[in-house]
Every structure is written in structure tokens, then in C-alpha cells.
Write a protein of this length. Sequence first.
Length: 133
Amino acid sequence: LVVETTGAEGGPRGSRVLLFDTYEWKANNTRHLRALRLVEFNDKRITDAKFIPGTSNVIFWAERQALLKEPSSLFTIDCATGATLDMSRFLKGSAKGMTVDRKGSSVAMIDCEDGEIVIFNTAKLSEPSATTS
């Protein structure tokens, strides 16, 4: 997984996500990595990405973009199809420290606005399943 920032220097920004097949690749192998999929998000400035264990899905955090009137968002895509599966715009500002549990059922991040840890169910991102101070 490679996330490239696109767009103008002063904004707005977008992101290009490249997904690679590394199943048969070895560090000393002269074979080239095969790109599985290229997904473009012209309105999302992705700043964090994590694979969801036990699935073919990746969860992304995209920062708010005032120039595009695009709010911050947490969303998942299916690596096999490139389709967006679910999205949450619950967090209004910035977030940091995104982590996914080893079962792949929850994602947690720190809301930079109030310092709370916000936990979402990876199968239903619309509202957090818990918050802690």
C-alpha cells in the first residue's frame, strides 16, 4: 500500500492509493511488484491508512479540506474492487494515532479537538462505539 498526496501545493489536496500484490514477492527477487489497483481520491487528503486484519479492506483517515468544504472522514475501501464500503464524518477536526485491533473489529484514534480516544466498529463507522478521556 502506497498513499501519494496529489494536488496543488497550497491546496486543495487529493490522494492516490496504490495497492500491490506482495504475495510472491521476495526482497532479493528481481521480479517487479504487480500493482493490483490504483484508486484516486481527488477530494481527500489521506494522512493515515491501516489494513483491517482478516479482510481485504483498508481503513483511511482523511483530513478536513476547507477549500473544498470537505470535512474530515474515516472510511474503508475494499482492496479487491476499490469500492468505498463505509464512511464516518463524526470527528470534525484532526485526529492522530489511528490503530486497528488485531481481530480487525475496532479502530481507535485520538480526537485532537478534545483529546478523547474515539473507538469505531470497523463494520459500522457511522457513529463511535465508545469514547474515553
